[in-house]
Design a protein around this ligand. Sequence first.
Ligand code: FAD
Length: 239
Amino acid sequence: MAKQIVEMLVETATMELPDVKTLHLKWPEGYDADFKTGQFITVYWPHKQKYKRAYSLSSCALDRGFFDVTVKRDGKMGTSIVDWCDAGDKLFVIPPVGKFLPAFDPPGKHLICIAGGSGVTPFRGFVREATRRNLDTRITILYTVRTTKDVIFNEEFRQLEKENPRVKFEVTCTRLAPEDPWTGRRGRITAEWVKSFIGDAANTVFYACGTNELVAATEHLVLEELKLAKEQMRTEKWG
Ligand SMILES: Cc1cc2nc3c(=O)[nH]c(=O)nc-3n(C[C@H](O)[C@H](O)[C@H](O)COP(=O)(O)OP(=O)(O)OC[C@H]3O[C@@H](n4cnc5c(N)ncnc54)[C@H](O)[C@@H]3O)c2cc1C
C-alpha cells in the first residue's frame, strides 16, 4: 500500500466549466494506491510546499493509474489550480484518506446525496463505481446550482442515469432568469423536496458535500426533522 507522498504529472487539465477544472494526475511508475471511492487527496505545488489543500477524488477506486480531482476557482489554491495548472505540470500528492464512503455493503441501500456547486465531485465516483459493478444500490443525487450553466459533469451523470436505472440525477437552479427555458426544478433544496425521494427511510443513507451551510442544513433535516440515526448521515465539509 503506497502511503508515501509522491510527485505526480498532470497528464491532462480539462475545463469542465469556465471556473471548474479537472486534473488527471498520473501515478508514477511502480505506484499502486489502495484507496476507496469518496476519499480525498491533498495536493501542493513543488514551489509552495507549505500550502496544502484537500480535493475529493472525482474518479472512483476502480479507476487505476490516475487520480482525478475537480477544482473550482475559489480561494488561493482553487484559483491557482484553475488559472495556472496545465498538462505537463507536477504536483505533490498525499495519498487518499477519508471516511466519506458510499454504503455499498450491505447491498440494497438507497444513497441520497446532497450537493452544492463543486460538492458534486465525489458523487461522480459513487455513481461510476455502482454502475460498473452493477450494484443494486440506489443513488439519488440532489444537486443545487445557480444556473444550468453551473452543472458539473452534466453529460456524464445523464449518461450514467441511462446506463443505470437505479441512479437519479436531480438538479435545482437557484438563480435562473424567470424567462429561462429550463423546465426542471427551481429554488433551494427544501426538506419537502428531499423527503419526496425517500421511500424506505430506515434503508436510506444521506450524504452532504459542499459548504458548511449546506452540510449543516442537511444534518438538521436528517437528524432533527426526520429523526434518523447519526449512522445514516455522512458529511464532507469544505468550509
Ligand atoms: C475534504 C475536502 C475535500 C475538498 N474537495 C474539493 C473539491 O473536490 N473541489 C474543490 O474545488 N474544493 C474542494 N475542497 C476545498 C479546497 O480544499 C480549498 O479549500 C479550496 O480550493 C479553496 O482554496 P484555499 O483553501 O486556498 O482558499 P483560501 O484562499 O484559503 O480561501 C478559503 C475560502 O475563503 C474565501 N476567501 C479567501 N479570501 C477571502 C477574502 N479576502 N474575503 C472573503 N473570502 C475570502 C475563498 O473564496 C474560499 O472560499 C475540499 C476541502 C476539503 C476539506
